[in-house]
Design a protein around this ligand. Sequence first.
Ligand SMILES: *[C@@H]1O[C@H](CO)[C@@H](O)[C@H](O)[C@H]1NC(C)=O
Ligand SMILES: *[C@@H]1O[C@H](CO)[C@@H](O)[C@H](O)[C@H]1NC(C)=O
Ligand SMILES: *[C@@H]1O[C@H](CO)[C@@H](O)[C@H](O)[C@H]1NC(C)=O
Ligand SMILES: *[C@@H]1O[C@H](CO)[C@@H](O)[C@H](O)[C@H]1NC(C)=O
Ligand SMILES: *[C@@H]1O[C@H](CO)[C@@H](O)[C@H](O)[C@H]1NC(C)=O
Ligand SMILES: *[C@@H]1O[C@H](CO)[C@@H](O)[C@H](O)[C@H]1NC(C)=O
Ligand SMILES: *[C@@H]1O[C@H](CO)[C@@H](O)[C@H](O)[C@H]1NC(C)=O
Ligand SMILES: *[C@@H]1O[C@H](CO)[C@@H](O)[C@H](O)[C@H]1NC(C)=O
Ligand SMILES: *[C@@H]1O[C@H](CO)[C@@H](O)[C@H](O)[C@H]1NC(C)=O
Ligand SMILES: [Cu+2]
Length: 579
Amino acid sequence: MLVAPVKALAFLLGLSAAAHAAVVTYNWNITYVNTNPDGLMDRRVIGINGQFPPPAINVTLNDTLVINVVNQISEPTTLHAHGLFQTGNNQMDGPSMVTQCPIPPGSNFTYTIPIQQYGTYWIHGHNKGHYVDGLRAPFIIHNPAEVYHYDEEYTLGFADWYHDEHAVLLDEYLSIFNPSGAEPVPKSALINQMLNTQYSFEPGKVYRLRIINMSALAMFHIHIDGHDMDIIEVDGVDVTRTSVKTFPISAAQRYSVLVTARNTTSNNFLIHGDMDPEMFDTVPDTLQMNITGTIIYDATSPLAPTELIDWGEFDDAALLTPVIPMATSPADDQISLTASFQVMDDYINKATFNDITYVAPKVPTLYTAVSMGNLSSDPQVYGTYSHPWVLKHNSWVEIIINNNDAGNHPFHLHGHVFQVVGRGEGVYDGSTPYTYFNTTNPLRRDTVLVRSLQNVAIRFQANNPGVWFLHCHIEWHLQAGLATTIVEAPEAMAGILTVDQTHFDHCKALGLPSSGNAAGNQGLDLTGQNVGPNLLPGKFTTKGIVALFFTVLSAVVGLGTVVWYAQDEELVLGKEDRR
Ligand SMILES: *[C@@H]1O[C@H](CO)[C@@H](O)[C@H](O)[C@H]1NC(C)=O
Ligand SMILES: *[C@@H]1O[C@H](CO)[C@@H](O)[C@H](O)[C@H]1NC(C)=O
Ligand SMILES: *[C@@H]1O[C@H](CO)[C@@H](O)[C@H](O)[C@H]1NC(C)=O
Ligand SMILES: *[C@@H]1O[C@H](CO)[C@@H](O)[C@H](O)[C@H]1NC(C)=O
Ligand SMILES: *[C@@H]1O[C@H](CO)[C@@H](O)[C@H](O)[C@H]1NC(C)=O
Ligand SMILES: *[C@@H]1O[C@H](CO)[C@@H](O)[C@H](O)[C@H]1NC(C)=O
Ligand SMILES: *[C@@H]1O[C@H](CO)[C@@H](O)[C@H](O)[C@H]1NC(C)=O
Ligand SMILES: *[C@@H]1O[C@H](CO)[C@@H](O)[C@H](O)[C@H]1NC(C)=O
Ligand SMILES: *[C@@H]1O[C@H](CO)[C@@H](O)[C@H](O)[C@H]1NC(C)=O
Ligand SMILES: [Cu+2]
């Protein structure tokens, strides 16, 4: 049964006859569903109202979106509307233990979100890896005054797909038996969590394709046989029309492209999403790396052959320019974050920013911010392992994200689009002047890919008081601790932010405190705060640990396994060697 969203008119006080806004209500029971989306494996997934895939959300600028959630799965869960600013509405942002206690099984929570922006977004679970198990859907916000003309639109949500549940894979990933931190490799990839999607095209029409990467791990390269793509939107920001043959899209990023239909119906054409093998430690023979949807002009026409495409270089920030210009300002404060993976003193390979692996506090950080009075400006109250950064209201902040790892990482900041102002090689050490792309009108987006052994500088104005999570959007890396907490303008939260009683009821039901500092205490007494693993004493390097691990293992398992060991060591160390 598909439950249609309920649209109701909300009357605006005031004189404007033209502007009206609707309250759009979705009733979403979060449920388990048994299904076989890739045709290879029946499994339990997380869906909505007994349906899979979850339906897309479709609203218009200035609407109010209401999602009545009933948690009917056996674990606490939350929803996060990715890319929404949630100005004055931080309590509806959704990341578990950052802005809310998760919704206990059997309980309800209503997400009420005034729609203050437009473009292509997505909505997904933000507790544990619920989105990897299917709890993700496109979230489209229409602008009645679109910048570009088009006749029709389609949304393509690309995602990787696993056969085991996230919890099972996470146990294998964050394990002493995986010292190199090799991520679980997906079994397949899907468009809109289905196989064989089709998009009907008519000659003469212009189509807007909204392309969303809802993956846990994989990066895709997009191209369409026989058609050019003109990029017009990046993460909700309209950009100057730019024609491309192919472009890469990292986890959580979105692009809209305009595609002009051909003049004849004599062929049908494939839309390609090719997974980038660079992300995977091993590529199993059985994995279908390249997936396709089909543009249908005429069901009886033959398929045009696949064109060979050179992925080439694609530099989003150098290529694309926002339609609504916004100059950058000199930064009042600069934060430097260095991402790396290290075997910690629990002998598990964890992700760190500045050698700290994120561990959620006992009290969701937003509740600490609103309950600590003037101490809320002191980062100590948020706990060591939530890794907080307190920003002053309306200051301009530059964050340099250094990627000191062999893999590429897409970093996402909640509550903002930031300016991508610069990019450099290696770890920025502050000694040389930074080379900026463009301070006149830099690209703005909410998820930026930082390639291996490079750094990216982002800037934004701290004009959205609230607690905003900053993290890698590869779900495995978030679970490994690649996150930090931005506490924006706590001194300005009073009078702007509220937290409803339902939040506190959920904490109580889960046996969690809902006020006080990160440990649930008063003042600066952090006794009993959640603590993470720490770095091992200096002389142990990750590479050393990996080698030691296999040496010990081979001694334990015996000589009979020498060949197997040698193969595996090469495989595992291959990743380290790229450092
Ligand atoms: C949305 O609301 C803003 C602020 O009230 C108003 O200026 C704008 O015209 C509205 N837009 C639409 C499409 O209703
Ligand atoms: C959600 O589940 C409740 C039972 O808890 C049921 O009454 C209701 O009809 C369901 N709603 C939808 C939209 O499926
Ligand atoms: C989205 O909503 C708009 C406005 O209500 C409607 O015209 C359109 O058909 C909807 N699109 C989808 C895919 O449901
Ligand atoms: C939760 O929502 C469902 C469906 O809307 C309703 O039947 C149920 O009474 C609600 N439960 C609580 C505890 O509010
Ligand atoms: C989505 O992003 C991931 C991680 O960045 C990437 O590996 C995958 O190929 C992307 N998918 C698409 C369709 O671009
Ligand atoms: C379609 O045909 C018209 C008129 O012949 C031509 O101007 C136009 O470039 C063609 N468009 C495409 C996409 O081939
Ligand atoms: C996938 O497509 C790329 C080009 O985009 C090609 O180089 C590669 O060989 C293809 N892989 C498979 C397994 O077909
Ligand atoms: C915090 O507020 C208290 C009482 O409201 C006041 O006594 C104290 O001086 C303030 N502390 C700081 C650091 O402003
Ligand atoms: C920066 O962007 C502006 C606006 O798009 C453009 O006019 C200018 O040439 C760019 N400057 C540089 C140095 O790229
Ligand atoms: Cu990552």
